[in-house]
Design a protein around this ligand. Structure first.
Ligand SMILES: [Mg+2]
Length: 446
């Protein structure tokens, strides 16, 4: 293992002659996580798909399933047609998020500049760290060894190493699964010029057809094609296409997993008058949960520790928290937990002066959209409702829509009946252990 010099670690990303970028992409990620949790599935054709239904699609296929021609995006029906004994499992987003965050933690041991690109892919800027062009294959091997040590042999990564994100991303897929590919500065053309333009990162079917019609078949053709003509056909994108075909890309690796710059999101409210009425406290709590959840959605955070704070008339305050087994940004979940804590810890007969709610254990959600594949229909409808409400409030102000509960005092409504998504705990194995538990909430330590 390489020693990490402190001064090296302080300045990753500093520009030298060339950058040194890793693209780390997990192999058949969802399927591999399922196999990791259920080793009996090892070596078998496994697909991860949404709710078994006529219209569900394959979200991930194990390599054994790929031998039957099964690919992600294919309908589940077609997958079964190609391989009648394929094993279909429904996804466990909580586990994927958990593993994904753990992987980022491993990468961050090598550089502070880590950019999660999707749930199973990340860019790591190794420039200025102890990793160099000479030892980069060893560093890649070290990262793979750490992943193996942490998650066992079923979870493998393919690593592409290049002088920019474009090249790292493009060479990462050349040796899958479990490969390492290095393309040094100046080597791009030799490797890629002869390949079809469709192999270039970001070129979709439409652009491919348009380029083919212009007589551009390979990446080399594109690199040598007059830029003025590309600009005429594609606008500013034409210039980008030209640069990409030459292997040029100066977009920085943008870290946003910086040990969570935002540690918590919360609101508290001092009541206009002290109250003995728990219904009054609930009303305030619901409004606070509403505000906190909305702010989380706006800033794109999910959290899994919810705390409730009370200050009594004698200024004695308490704060109690509970960890939930999945991540949320929804007020119904914040409220369900906070209200439970309120009922557990209020002191009947003692007036309440202040109520607060806070959510911690935050993760940034920008790139976790793939998880949506597994959300149930009702969940989708609920999310649509939430974003519609957020949009109206953005336009017309905070009070444009007031939840009925804030007006009616009725605290016994249907929040407790809302089905909660599958759990997330401190380890994927815990999650399996807990998956049948009726009670989705367990008390977290302070
Ligand atoms: Mg992958």
């Amino acid at each position: 293992m390489l020693a990490r010099g402190a001064h090296h670690k302080l300045s990753p990303g500093k520009t030298g002659a060339h950058k040194l970028i890793f693209h780390i992409d997990m192999d058949a990620f969802f399927a591999s996580v399922e196999v990791m949790c259920r080793p009996k599935l090892k070596g078998k054709p496994v697909i991860v798909s949404g709710k078994p239904a006529a219209r569900s699609v394959v979200a991930a296929a194990s390599y054994a399933a790929r031998e039957y021609g099964i690919r992600s995006g294919m309908s589940t029906v077609e997958a079964f047609r190609r391989c009648p004994h394929v094993i279909a499992v429904s996804g466990s987003p909580g586990q994927y998020i958990y593993v994904s965050l753990e992987l980022l933690r491993i990468y961050k041991e090598h550089s502070t500049i880590v950019e999660p690109y999707s749930i199973d892919e990340a860019f790591v800027d190794m420039t200025g760290t102890e990793c160099t062009w000479e030892n980069c294959k060893d560093v890649a091997g070290e990262i793979k060894a750490k992943i193996r040590k942490r998650f066992g042999p079923n979870l493998t990564a393919s690593i592409g190493i290049g002088p920019n994100k474009l090249i790292a991303k493009m060479c990462g897929s050349m040796d899958k699964p479990d490969g390492v590919t290095v393309i040094r500065p100046g080597e791009f053309g030799g490797v890629f010029n002869g390949l079809a333009v469709s192999r270039m990162w970001g070129i979709g079917a439409k652009t491919e057809i348009a380029l083919n019609l212009m007589g551009v078949a390979t990446i080399g053709d594109l690199a040598n094609f007059p830029v003025a003509m590309l600009r005429r056909r594609f606008g500013i994108t034409g210039e980008v296409l030209h640069l990409m075909a030459c292997g040029q890309d100066d977009t920085p690796v943008t870290p946003y997993f910086e040990g969570m710059p935002v540690k918590s999101m919360g609101h508290e409210h001092t009541l206009p008058e002290d109250t003995w009425d728990i219904m009054e406290a609930e009303k305030v709590l619901l409004r606070l949960c509403d505000q906190v959840a909305r702010r989380m959605r706006k800033k794109q955070y999910l959290g899994n520790v919810i705390s409730m704070r009370l200050r009594f008339a004698d200024f004695d305050s308490i704060s109690r928290q509970r960890k939930i087994k999945y991540y949320t940004d929804e007020e119904r979940t914040l409220y369900k937990v906070a209200r439970g804590l309120l009922h557990q810890y209020w002191r009947p007969g003692q007036a309440i002066r202040l109520v607060g709610v806070n959510c911690t254990g935050l993760i940034k959600v920008r790139e976790w959209h793939q998880v949506d594949l597994f959300m149930q229909r009702e969940e989708d409808a609920y999310r649509k409702l939430l974003s519609a409400i957020d949009a109206i409030r953005d336009k017309f102000g905070e009070h444009a829509i007031t939840r009925a509960r804030l007006i009616t005092h009725d605290a016994s409504g249907d929040i407790d009946d809302v089905p909660l998504p599958p759990g997330l705990s401190s380890s994927p194995f815990d999650m399996l252990r807990y998956q049948d538990a009726d009670d989705h909430i367990h008390t977290g330590g302070k």
